[in-house]
Design a protein around this ligand. Structure first.
Ligand code: PBG
Length: 328
């Protein structure tokens, strides 16, 4: 069939998609290794790494294998590492989290010693990895998470993590006032140079499911009295204003892919770096579909990360950080 159809197509956007070289030239968003942050789990009392079954390819590290993973990440050019500790003994108040020799503090010291010049070393500042009930705070007499009592524990965690050498602490418990309390505690202990990456916008998400296995959590129920309702966007802007006023150096949106609209709005509103956390469930979905041959794994990974960047993230926490950095 030949012929013309009026004036169409008068304009041809396809010209800029003709070759790989042309597409590369006109790409508006690029990934680089330096903006990737590797979340990593270290478990006390094990002699070999333990695979996390719901996150194929992710393990609970021993202190030794964590050192190796940190070196591998640094050599690949990854920008940072976010450490999570899984203590052998958990109790009602999460004592391992405030113990200067708790597993997370030991791991921070190990990683800073190993790669502290090459990687920004970050630590999760939350009680849930350390409590026997699995909540992010301590409980009151009625079993409710006690905001203000929890803040005292966070202040102590901030101090021991910074003493261990953390460059950045990441308060992730969604307690009101946590960023201000952590900043004050750091400053009082002489840690003015330790930064706060605030988990500012954190939703009560089913996408955190596999993480529970990764930290041996015994949580029953949910975190809906402190994490945000996925239905809300305006509320995120309120959390953002509070965290900035309390002294957040960087802010985070979490999870990432289901909340790109939130990420875009946050990124447009602030003048601090914005991180997005591609969480355990986002990782698991892609790995599971790829294992079934239903999607192209590497293309899907790159597409999700590119989309998170395009939406406005300066930094991305992803369990694929090292692999993607090696590929870039
Ligand atoms: C809290 C914390 C969680 C995650 C990171 N920090 C769990 C939660 O809040 O329920 C989830 C990360 C992931 O799912 O990959 N310490």
């Amino acid at each position: 069939m030949t012929g013309t159809y009026g004036e169409y197509p008068g304009t041809r956007p396809r010209r800029l998609r003709t070759t790989p070289a042309m597409r590369r030239l006109v790409a508006e968003t690029r990934l680089s290794a330096a903006e990737l942050i590797l979340p990593a789990f270290v478990r006390e009392g094990i002699s070999d790494p333990v695979p996390v079954s719901s996150m194929p390819g992710v393990v609970q590290h021993t202190r030794e294998t964590l050192r190796k993973a940190a070196v591998e990440a640094a050599e690949a050019g990854v920008g940072g590492i976010m450490l999570f500790g899984v203590p052998e003994v958990k109790d009602a108040v999460g004592s391992a989290g405030t113990d200067p020799d708790g597993i997370l503090q030991q791991a921070i010291r190990d990683v800073v010693e190993e790669v502290g010049d090459a990687l920004v070393v970050m630590s999760d500042l939350c009680l849930d990895e350390n409590t026997d009930h699995g909540h992010c705070g301590v409980l009151d007499a009625h079993g409710r998470v006690d905001n203000d009592a929890t803040l005292a524990h966070y202040a102590e965690m901030a101090r021991v993590q910074a003493d261990a050498g953390a460059h950045v602490v990441g308060p992730s418990g969604m307690m009101d006032g946590q960023v201000g309390v952590v900043r004050a505690a750091l400053d009082a202990a002489g840690h003015q140079d330790v930064s706060i990456l605030a988990y500012t916008v954190k939703y009560a998400s089913s996408f955190f499911g596999p993480f529970r296995e990764a930290v041996n959590s015994s949580l029953k129920g949910d975190r809906k009295t402190y994490q945000q309702d996925p239905a809300n966007l305006r509320e995120s802007m309120r959390e953002l204003a509070l965290d900035l006023a309390e002294g957040a150096d960087m802010v985070m949106v979490k999870p990432a892919l289901p909340y790109l609209d939130v990420l875009t709005k946050v990124a447009a509103a602030v003048d601090v770096p914005v991180a997005a956390y591609q969480v355990s469930g986002e990782y698991a979905m892609v790995e599971a579909a790829a294992a079934n041959g239903w999607i192209d794994r590497d293309r899907t990974i790159d597409e999700t990360l590119t989309s998170i960047r395009r939406a406005g993230a300066n930094m991305i926490l992803t369990y694929w950080a090292t692999e993607v950095a090696q590929r870039l």
